[in-house]
Ligand binder design. Structure first.
Ligand SMILES: Nc1ncnc2c1ncn2[C@@H]1O[C@H](COP(=O)(O)OP(=O)(O)OP(=O)(O)O)[C@@H](O)[C@H]1O
Length: 490
């Protein structure tokens, strides 16, 4: 559709753009990325004709752009650039109507019924109808941006060239504008070439991106190109961490600031937390957030969290929305649930077991409540739904170390293996099958790590840290299950 071959150009004899090649297919959303001064606007101006090309060829459907008449070009290509100057006192509707100019026929160009319909449609979708009779100069920067988008959409182009179209827009209007463009791309086959600054926004909307570095393309590809951290670090000179969006299968980038923790900010593990214990809840609170992995009802996944709670529920608790219940209870006790992991148990909280262990310089604390009324052999195929008994094992494991996310997963496995061993040694059985239990049906586990000291990449059973986790969790689980057995006998 839009083909750029060997584009060379700039402002003087020394070119800024040094031979750029790319092709955008019909209906594709292509985004140009690059740091300040890399040449994005210069490429844009060379394509739109604001700057003459020193070399190269720009064509649409294999026809050179320079061979199009001005009117023909305006029917094919619409441009929304940074440098729009509206000097007259036009109303919003008049500005948008200008977009219909290339489509108007006859000597005295007047708006046809079709023109008016298109203008109404674009005003509707860009949500500017309410300002239709307002002078353009009287509306805000963001509103102006939406009006100018309405104008280029009214042009009904095949190709849309956009230079930072979301400049001036707040988050809501940025997403609204890009959703709208995406919809036109998908329903009307609109081809889009856009300069965007925000890498994360680009990752969510672009079909392909090009990364511009000092006037040349360093890489072109789908949005997963943005997962190449070292490439981004070279271009932007910031530390980048590529992650995945939690609900959309697209990369998202996290930037790490250069400033690191000062010595005074380092946590003294032994004195950095407090534990509140009563009949209703156990609450472990740290001074600073810990890197946490958990399957808690609240605070699931991998996050940085400060509060770790285990709430007592009645034996027959069968809430339809445990998350909501927990939030309610936490609000009551003024524990911020957005910064917490929260689990629930019917086990008596006074039977909690806390075990601390240190091997070499790695310190681990395990806080475990246990009941085995719902003990299950995971290899047993029957799916019993009975939760009538007091029986769940909730484990909180705090570690003074520095784990990668992989080590967190390793540590989660190590803690689970240790729990299974404790159940085995205590001869806990699945009542349905009378075989060895591997867990209870509703166990919860969290691992929270201070992220201090040397980085640990593995925390499995073959490592010292894995062993400390294993031994601490084993001892705490073993004692907690024994306490549960003693209570049953009372
Ligand atoms: N009008 C101009 N005259 C001379 N040089 C210019 C002009 N405009 C830009 N340049 C130079 O061209 C280079 C590329 O600038 P350009 O505006 O294309 O970068 P950009 O990637 O769009 O940057 P930004 O993200 O800051 O908008 C820069 O070194 C800049 O100083």
């Amino acid at each position: 559709m839009l083909k750029i071959r060997n584009l060379v150009g700039g402002y003087t004899n020394t070119p800024i753009i040094n031979g750029v090649d790319f092709e955008i297919s019909k209906g594709e959303f292509f985004v140009l990325l690059g740091p300040n001064g890399s040449g994005k606007s210069t490429i844009f101006k060379l394509i739109t004709g604001q700057l003459p090309c020193q070399k190269g060829e720009i064509s649409i459907n294999d026809k050179s752009l320079s061979s199009f008449s001005k009117l023909e070009k305006a029917k094919k290509v619409a441009v929304l650039s940074q440098e729009v100057q509206i000097s007259f006192d036009y109303t919003v509707e008049e500005i948008i109507s200008l977009g219909r100019f290339p489509h108007q026929k006859g000597l005295f160009k007047t708006l046809s019924v079709e023109d008016k319909e298109v203008i109404e449609e674009v005003m509707e979708i860009t949500k500017v109808k309410q300002y239709r009779d307002t002078q353009f100069r009287m509306i805000s920067g963001g509103e102006k941006q939406r009006v100018l988008l309405a104008k280029v959409l009214a042009q009904q182009p095949e190709v849309l060239l956009l230079d930072e179209p979301t400049n001036h827009l707040d988050i809501k209007h940025t997403f609204q504008m890009l959703d709208l463009l995406k919809e036109w791309q998908q329903t009307k086959g609109l081809t889009i070439f856009a300069i965007l600054h925000d890498l994360n926004v680009a990752a969510l909307y672009a079909d392909r991106i090009a990364l511009l570095h000092k006037g040349s393309f360093l890489d072109v590809g789908d949005v997963d190109t943005l997962r190449k951290e070292s490439q981004l670090e070279t271009v932007y000179e910031v530390k980048v961490n590529a992650q995945s969006h939690p609900t959309v299968p697209k990369p998202q980038l996290l930037m790490t600031p250069n400033h690191s923790k000062t010595k005074s900010e380092l946590l003294n593990f032994d004195t950095s937390f407090s534990i509140t214990k009563n009949d209703q809840f156990i609450h472990v609170q740290f001074e600073s957030p810990l890197r946490t992995i958990s399957n808690g009802v609240i605070g699931e996944g991998i996050q940085w969290l400060k509060h770790f709670c285990n709430f007592h529920v009645e034996k027959h608790y069968n809430g339809s929305n445990p998350k909501q219940d927990l939030q309610k209870w936490m609000e009551k006790y003024e524990i911020p649930f957005e910064q917490s992991v929260a689990m629930m148990t019917a086990v008596r909280l006074e039977d909690v077991v806390i075990v601390t262990k240190q091997i070499e310089d790695i310190k681990v604390i395990a806080v475990v409540t246990a009941g085995t009324g719902n003990a299950v052999d995971i290899t047993n195929s029957s799916l019993s739904q009975s939760h009538e008994k007091v029986g769940t094992i909730n484990s909180m494991v705090f570690i003074d170390a520095h784990f990668t996310d992989g080590a967190l997963v390793n540590g989660f496995m190590s803690a689970t293996e240790a729990k299974v061993k404790a159940l085995h040694d205590l001869n806990v059985k699945d009542p349905e099958t009378n075989t060895m239990a591997t867990s209870t049906s509703t166990d919860a586990l969290l691992l929270a790590v201070t992220q201090q000291g040397k980085e640990t990449q593995y925390a499995g059973s073959g490592t010292v840290v894995g062993k400390v986790i294993g031994q601490t969790v084993y001892e705490a689980t073993h004692k907690a299950v024994q306490k549960y057995f003693h209570r049953l006998q009372k």
